[in-house]
Design a protein. Structure first.
Length: 310
């Protein structure tokens, strides 16, 4: 049983409680519009416990109203974004020579979403904290100890990405096209600089009405888009997507330690959104291609969100 599942469930409850308990807005002109979250873990993908092994993304949205489309004004819609991630070698106790280093990160950022004509933009900045100061390594080791499973070894900890802060920025531009079948195709481009510096291009295909007229946020690890402002119209949507990126730099794979980045980083994904009267959810799978030279294959991670309204 994967050691991060319990952590994920705790995170879900914590984030849900925060969403219900805090209804104040960042300024007097805005109201809370929605809340979204997504948990990604390789145990609910390929059942392994390695590399991009576990993460959580949570977004809280404020704005001056929502009519089913993005406003044209930069800053009208604000997203407070929280993320956490654990990255690990294939073996936590005896990592193979050349395998990626253990790393943990926690990020907090402010983003805005707007449109210029038919083109949708998402622009924001995050402060990414790495190392033992995040507390995630101690939490994981404590959970492993409680379950009787080996945690990180001294060798793994010695090679861990250290304490630091990394200001990061991201911009995504996309445009949605309605196809003859009613499906929606949304090509996009993305640029990031900070903890990882890259440029990415890809597309997402949505078949179904769930998500139409809603604000969706792209998860950093999987690329899956999770619902943050929802209209709660009952239904289902199948989503398919993929992208390819050129990565110039990554603090998780430092060149100074001898790591060489893969020439291209690929992601392929599929998932299902569903919306009922009192229950909504999402489950998706994402193939993550090799991120560094010497990685002996890709991995499949699963992403999940479940929301119950009482």
């Amino acid at each position: 049983m994967n050691r991060l599942i319990a952590a994920a469930m705790i995170a879900i409850c914590t984030c849900s409680g925060a969403a219900n308990a805090q209804d104040s807005s960042p300024d007097q002109g805005r109201v809370k519009l929605g809340y979204g979250r997504l948990i990604t873990n390789d145990f609910i993908g390929d059942t392994q416990d390695r590399w991009r092994t576990g993460s959580i993304a949570a977004s809280r949205i404020w704005g001056r109203g929502w009519n089913g489309a993005l406003p044209e004004q930069f800053g009208d819609i604000l997203e407070l974004r929280l993320g956490g991630q654990i990255i690990a070698p294939d073996n936590l106790t005896t990592p193979a020579a050349g395998d990626r280093p253990y790393a943990t990160s926690v990020s907090l950022g402010l983003h805005t979403h707007f449109a210029r004509g038919a083109v949708e933009f998402a622009v924001g900045a995050d402060l990414v904290m790495t190392g033992d100061q995040t507390g995630l390594r101690n939490f994981q080791d404590g959970l492993h100890d409680a379950l009787g499973v080996d945690g990180t070894s001294a060798t793994t900890r010695a090679g861990m990405i250290g304490n630091d802060f990394h200001p990061s920025v991201v911009i995504e531009a996309g445009r949605e096209f309605t196809l003859n079948s009613g499906a929606r195709l949304r090509p996009f481009v993305e640029g990031r600089a900070g903890d990882e510096t890259l440029i990415r291009a890809g597309a997402d295909l949505t078949i179904g009405q769930t998500g139409l007229g809603e604000l969706l946020i792209r998860d950093v690890v999987s690329g899956q888009r999770y619902r943050a402002v929802s209209n709660r119209n009952a239904g289902k949507s199948l989503v398919l997507g993929g992208d390819i990126a050129h990565v110039a730099d990554s603090i998780y794979l430092p060149e100074s330690a001898g790591y060489a980045l893969s020439d291209m980083r690929t992601r392929l994904r599929a998932g299902l959104h569903w919306q009922g009267e009192k229950t909504s959810g999402f489950y998706g799978l994402t193939y993550l291609g090799e991120e560094f030279k010497g990685q002996d294959g890709g991995q499949v991670v699963g992403s999940v969100r479940l929301k119950l309204d009482f």
